[in-house]
Design a protein around this ligand. Sequence first.
Ligand SMILES: [Zn+2]
Length: 442
Amino acid sequence: MKIIRKVMLAFLMGLFFLYGKSIPAHGAQPVVVAIDPGHGGENLGAECNGYTEKNLTMIVALAMKEELEKYEGIEVYLTREGDKDMSLEERAEFAASKNADFLFCLHFNMSAEHDLFGSEVWVSAFGEEHQEGYSFASGEMELLEEMGLYPRGIKTRLNDRGEDYYGIIRHSTARGIPSALIEHCHLDQENDTSFYTSGEGLERLGILDATAVARYYGLKSEILGVDYSGWPKVEIPVPAGAVKPDLTEPDVCMIDVGDVNTETGDIEVSVYASDYDSYLLYYSYSWDGGKNFSDLQKWEPRSADNLTFTMKAPPGTMPEVVVKVYNKYDIKTESNHVYLPSIASEKEREEESGMEAAAGDTAEEDAAGEAVEAGIMKAKNPADNGKEAGKSGKGEAPEVTFFYFLQVAFLCVAILFVLLMLAGILMRGHIPFWGCGSKKKR
Ligand SMILES: [Zn+2]
């Protein structure tokens, strides 16, 4: 009997040990997290529109810490308290010295072409650090998307030696600490501007980060009145080898043109595209054979392999339509080119609208058309836009017509006036209206 009891006790203790280790939040031990406000001191990080990344990350980190400390069963540390230089290894070492369960690295992004927008999270490509990093990042990404940021994905990146590319992730993984490098949004793309340009916006990001952590560890907060215990996690297996990034361009990108309105320049384009290794994130289009492309557009839904949209070619052009699609790693593929008949020039459009104006109603429509066109030209080629805007700005025919009309009207009134005066003089021997014209009117 004693032996059976001992075996059962050992079994229960073993169970408790396993359970306690894999879900730290539920043991007596608090969850320990380290928050790393990216950059600092001489290391400014990205700079854009007068904003400096090292300051933004600190605001977010402080808000994240404050929010997390409203939860029970958690200890929170910042890798740097002030504006100081700190190497990536020192940051990971700091997290290790606190026995951290996780290191959250806060950053903001910029792209070489200033065209990318949205959020992304980088995680280790290896082992349990990948598993935990990915699982946390899934919840983080979900919240960022709910906030209105475009989800660019959870990614891994390797250096030439086949290790994690980002130092902070590499050094954390080496110390057995899962980490996530959160690139909240892009500083240099207008889609993302509103998320970081106010103190409240940055604090909102910090609270969002904290909420993702609280959910991940199933924390409770009496202060906030929330209980995330049992919050579902994205579960992925521990990878056997490195989880490699997609280094190849999208595999398929073909276009087909549907309706073409040679009057307005509206072109309906269908894209068939796919990336076998990851997925598609953006597309852009060109009417001039790829000399100029539009801003990047969201490829939505991301599971789709085809998409239809309407683009506009400027007046007087013979469009050569081509589309580019970008995958999760921003690698692009160009489609086939489709050659189209020429779009009516502005002069042709004016003649057309002149004829219709005589019938009485399209002036407004035309003005709206010009505005849309100017917008689209801006997206494609700022240099050409100037020329184009200059051209449409002159708008010769309508102004001349109006001025001409005024002249004719004035002449008619003058003739009438002279005739009336003559008639008055002849019939009554004095000048009519003289001296009382204004009184009569007011
Ligand atoms: Zn950064």
